[in-house]
Design a protein around this ligand. Structure first.
Ligand code: MV4
Length: 502
């Protein structure tokens, strides 16, 4: 049985994984780069080792260093988290060869799903619907023209080694087809060292809905229902929720069964996610499989009542899943907001820097997965995710109300962040009605990027005005007259903000 886990990651997910280890009585080993000496995962771990300079290539992605720390610390397993080495087939294989348990799928499953052309072929053989398009690598320009004659425009040309939106190209007109094909190939070669591309019919205004699955070594595969992930910006998810407002019981049943079939097709082991694209007619197609624990896993944990990291460790120990499909139910509604250190009003440029003050929201129905503290400096080398805020409610309405309440309580100073942007999403009619697809952010830019000067902005102005008034009063009185009664009256101004509207 696993007694000590090396967590080959940083940030909130490293802390998240170590928390489950602690509950299981398993020791955790942290690894960190020189930029992360003061990071929370280093403090939380039972022991921690520096593995190199700040750039990921020389630290969190350095397989040799991580294997060597695992051996010298006596860790019997490695959890890769998400990103970094989590979907690296060579790393999974290397752990196996070294006699270290990789808490994740086999190299075979990772590489089959990592190569999108092979994944499509495997899914077709398993009877999983894929987007109409090529079943093999596009060999030449003649072939790309022939395929488009068959399936019609518009199409997407995608890199086989890509994924998650990297190496994609939309073609709307015949005239741009060959140039787009050539560019897609050369971009794929420089980005991934592999110029294989495939073609899919373009699905207009799709929903992105994914299914969480768990598979044990005994061959049992179950799904833990869906997550709606259509609210994205440049292929970066912003909000995830479960259940999906689009879902019907019948669609859920069919997609769940399909997700299980997809995982079975690669003899999957561990936690994974099947991504689907769903059109307005509720037709669904396999997009890709993520062979790792995902950023948005907490919404599933909250609604289904399962600790996914504990199940991953159970499975890695060779134990069967601790529940059956029939025992699983969706209970209530959960929403996750990702809070980034970035400036939403300035093209979301990352904002590394020192957290000067932080007030974390808590209370009934709120989960907070974070890792920063006052005085901590968010490094510029990694993903600028500060935290994830998860709300739960009996209904979607209650879950939204809790999220709004939690975002209201959440205060961060020192670095610009996306809290206000998330609050604006929570007030957008399309979101409140649950009527949105992957175009949500562009479609609602008026709500999200051009806030009227009222509400919170006006409150800020009221604070400044009253503070100036207060300073003026201080100047006019004797020091011995200072008293609490002289307190700021900004909230009275805030209540009258309709008067202040510009
Ligand atoms: C598509 C598509 C439309 N048609 N494929 C983006 C991420 C990657 N996993 C695949 N993506 C898409 N593939 C076809 N054939 C539209 C997208 C897409 C998208 C998908 C999910 C969530 C957000 C998205 C935003 C833009 C485009």
């Amino acid at each position: 049985m696993i007694k000590k886990v090396l967590v080959a990651n940083r940030g909130e997910i490293a802390v998240r994984i170590m928390r489950s280890c602690r509950e299981l009585g398993i020791l955790s080993v942290g690894v960190y780069s020189e930029a992360d000496r003061k990071a929370m995962h280093v403090r939380y771990a039972d022991e921690a080792y520096c593995i190199g300079p700040p750039p990921s290539r020389e630290s969190y992605l350095d397989i040799e260093k991580i294997i060597s720390v695992a051996k010298s610390s006596g860790a019997d397993a490695i959890h890769p988290g998400y990103g970094f080495l989590s979907e690296n087939a060579a790393f999974s294989q290397r752990c196996k060869d070294e006699g270290i348990i990789f808490i994740g799928p086999s190299a075979y499953a990772i590489s089959t799903m990592g190569d999108k052309i092979t994944a499509r072929q495997t899914m077709i053989s398993a009877g999983v619907p894929v987007v109409p398009g090529t079943t093999e690598k596009v060999r030449d320009e003649e072939m790309v023209i022939r395929i488009v004659e068959e399936i019609g425009l518009p199409v997407m040309i995608k890199a086989s080694a890509g994924g998650g939106g990297k190496g994609m190209r939309l073609v709307k007109e015949q005239g741009e087809l060959v140039t787009s094909y050539r560019r897609a190939k050369s971009e794929a070669l420089s980005a991934f060292g592999d110029d294989s591309v495939y073609v899919e019919k373009y699905i207009e205004s799709p929903h992105h809905i994914e299914f969480q699955i768990l598979a044990d070594r005994q061959g049992t595969v179950i799904h833990l229902f869906e997550r709606e992930c259509s609210i994205q910006r440049r292929h970066q998810k912003v909000i995830e929720e479960t259940p999906s407002p689009l879902m019907t019981p019948d669609l859920r049943k069919r997609m769940g069964e399909t997700a299980v079939a997809a995982a079975k097709a690669v003899n999957y082991e561990g936690a994974g996610t099947i991504e689907f694209i769903v059109n307005d007619n509720l037709e669904f197609y396999f997009l890709e499989m993520n062979t790792r624990l995902q950023v948005e896993h907490p919404v599933t944990e909250r609604v289904v009542g399962v600790d996914l990291v504990k199940e991953q460790i159970r499975i890695a120990n060779g134990l069967p899943l601790s529940f059956t499909q029939e025992e699983l139910r969706q209970n209530g509604h959960a929403i996750q907001c990702r809070i980034y250190a970035e400036d939403p009003d300035n093209n979301f440029i990352p904002q590394p820097g020192v957290i000067r003050h932080i007030t974390v929201p808590l209370g009934l129905g709120v989960r907070y997965d974070g890792y920063v503290y006052e005085g901590y400096e968010i490094p510029m080398y990694y993903d600028p995710l500060i935290s994830k805020l998860i709300s739960w409610g009996k209904t979607r309405e209650e879950s939204i109300a809790r999220m709004k309440r939690a975002l209201f309580e959440y205060k961060i100073t020192g670095v610009k962040n996306s809290i206000k942007f998330l609050e604006r999403i929570m007030d957008t009619p399309d979101f409140l009605e649950g009527k949105y697809n992957t175009h949500f952010i562009e479609k609602n830019d008026k709500f999200l990027f051009r806030p009227k000067l009222c509400g919170t902005e006006c409150e800020d102005m009221a604070i400044i005005t009253c503070f100036m008034d207060y300073l003026g009063k201080l100047e006019r009185i004797q020091p011995q007259q200072y008293s609490d009664e002289l307190g700021s009256n900004w909230k009275d101004f805030g209540r009258k903000r309709n008067v202040l509207r510009l």
